[in-house]
Write a protein that binds this ligand. Sequence first.
Ligand code: PLP
Length: 390
Amino acid sequence: MTNPTFEPADRITGLPPYLFAELDRRIAAKRAEGADVISFGVGDPDFPTPPHVVEAMHKAIDDPETHHYPSYAGLPELREAIATWMEKRFGTKLDPSTEVLPTWGSKEGVVHLPWALLGEGDIALWADPGYPPYDVGTRLAQATPVSLPLRGENGFLPDFDEITADVRERTKLMWLNYPGNPTGATCELDVFERAVEFGRANGAVIAHDAAYSEITYDSYVAPSILQAQGASEVAVELHSFSKSFNMTGWRIGWICGSAPVIEALGRLKTNLDSGVFTAIQRAAIAGLEGPTDFLDAQLAVFAKRRDIAVEGLKDAGLAAWTPKGSFYLWVPVPDGETSASFASKLLDEAAVVVAPGNGYGEHGEGYVRFSLTLADDRLEEGIERIRKIL
Ligand SMILES: *Cc1c(COP(=O)(O)O)cnc(C)c1O
């Protein structure tokens, strides 16, 4: 008998290395030495899911009706509730039956959208630095990811004029994300208007990841790309319950906008998954229709942490700046350091974990990301430690 050696597929071995793996190993080693490690690494709200959502889940799970296969396209009541929420929030009118589709969290939508839209040779432009699944989802679909650089001097907004003619020609999809992870940058509607124009002129779908649309400060209100003129033809927007409702573990979000795009993704998903657990969909409705005061209280906490951290980091000599959205600080590393060397230094000398910026794309090099999703006293101590070593 031969013993054939297992080899994963090329699409797996060809994936970019997990950039945080080495850092994870070093954090574990540091903890094993007995160090009290403070992590600004993960972006997961440190607040529980609001009680009205949890209660709706309890009720829903007791109803045996929810124990069967869900509808592929999502509960009509959920799609209605999403369309109503979008209209209340952004003034956009959506047809719940053709322009709204629930997803298993927005990451699932992000990774599967290229499968529905792209083939070999097609390009997906992605705003770099950005959420790694824009790049990885494109690679998995055997298409070509191309960076659309976001630079500090432009407020981390894309420059569409920089896209060369041969890239334009092959671009079928563009990823944007405001308020942005990892930069915390925000934009006004004009950026979406120019993106939609680009899409219409070049036959490309513009996908806006709006995961942080509700995580904003200082009376800034984030726009939707669907408010842009002509957006319904070429644009889709991905929303998530993860950050706005502290539901990262529940795995539910939605995509809405251009009906043919939604139809294509829906056709793929019919063949892939069997919809989101009905009880979770019912809980999501309770979230969309319920009170939002929990979020206001939480945003005040994030804003306070943001201000303390920015102040402390500036004191430490770092060029920290104050974002109006997301719960991240995107901080340039000191001269002579790289993202990785500075993240290592903070871990080695202060037992503080930050995410090295190069993990978010080549244009993330030279930065580190601080997530504000840790308790106030830990945050303050972490910043204090950094001040001491710098
Ligand atoms: C957290 C995050 C999401 C949310 O993903 P879910 O799959 O809905 O949990 C999407 N996009 C970005 C940029 C994020 O940071």
